[in-house]
Ligand binder design. Structure first.
Ligand code: NDP
Length: 243
């Protein structure tokens, strides 16, 4: 417990499964107190991590997100790292997909990242330190079939991250973009177009072994644990056989 007190607070959104969950375990193992955020509170609590506040928050709900962060700061001190990981991928063709699905992707994948960044950045600038890690995607660097809107959200995350990084570098605040290729998680399970989901599964199977969430949390820790004078601006990490 004394070690946990000496390490600063880390906030992870979308920590109830996949990459966010692996990331929560890694930061906890490294001795950080945590604020974990997602809608499925039971899944956050099931991780049973020490020195951790689990908060049921939808990242699109800015006031609630700010409130959760303020509570954690009261208990554990300022946020040293925010991992903006919460995201949804609803594959589809724009001409047939329900507009509600585009809206949800932009709300979570982009507005969620903005909400988190907005909540922690002023204090990081004031304290002249801090790290924001945004989980983008290879779909933020190249376009892929049936991913048009998802790519739109992830290209936007890249653009936003790069510009904010330039603006806050003078305060020694770092922004890191982690852009994974295919990782085996629940991400695909929310897509509603059965044919597209089946095509994706074939594409995935053809590329051999996908990555695991731990492969990405290792990249996140690598970037975060650099001295503050070193900013890993981007890690683009894919299964070896991914095209
Ligand atoms: P999962 O579906 O396993 O995890 C997504 C997480 O986001 C869950 O914890 C979910 O929690 C949370 N989430 C979704 N919507 C909201 C919301 N409105 N408010 C709060 N939390 C939310 O997928 P991954 O682990 O794969 O995804 C994590 C990130 O990695 C995403 O940004 C994704 O785009 C990105 N990524 C994933 C890749 C992959 O191949 N898997 C490749 C490249 C990038 P809950 O439902 O409990 O709210």
């Amino acid at each position: 417990a004394s070690e946990a007190k000496s390490k600063p607070l880390v906030v992870i959104t979308g920590a109830s499964s996949g990459i966010g969950e692996a990331c929560a375990r890694s930061f906890s193992q490294a001795g950080h107190p945590l604020l974990l955020i997602a809608r499925r509170l039971d899944r956050l609590e099931a991780l049973k991590l020490p020195n951790t506040i689990c908060s049921q928050v939808d990242v699109t709900d800015r006031p609630k997100l700010i409130e959760a962060i303020e509570k954690a700061v009261e208990k554990y001190g300022p946020v040293d790292c925010l991992v903006n990981n919460a995201g949804v991928m609803l594959l589809g063709k724009v001409q047939t997909q329900k507009p509600e699905e585009w809206q949800r992707m932009f709300d979570v994948n982009l507005m969620g990242v903005l909400n988190g960044t907005h909540a922690v950045l002023p204090s990081m600038i004031e304290r002249r330190t801090g790290t924001i890690v945004n989980i983008s995607s290879i779909a933020g660097r190249k376009t892929l079939p049936d991913h048009a809107v998802y790519c739109g959200t992830k290209f936007a995350v890249h653009a936003f991250t790069e510009q904010i990084r330039e603006e806050v570098a003078q305060y020694d605040v770092r922004l890191v973009n982690i852009a994974p290729g295919v990782v085996e998680t629940e991400l695909l399970s929310h897509s509603t177009d059965k044919k597209i989901v089946d095509d994706y599964k074939v594409w995935k199977a053809n590329m051999g072994q996908p990555m695991e969430s731990e492969d990405i949390s290792r990249c996140i820790m690598f970037a975060y644990e650099q001295p503050q004078r070193v900013c890993i601006r981007e890690i683009l990490v894919c299964p070896t056989r991914q095209d």
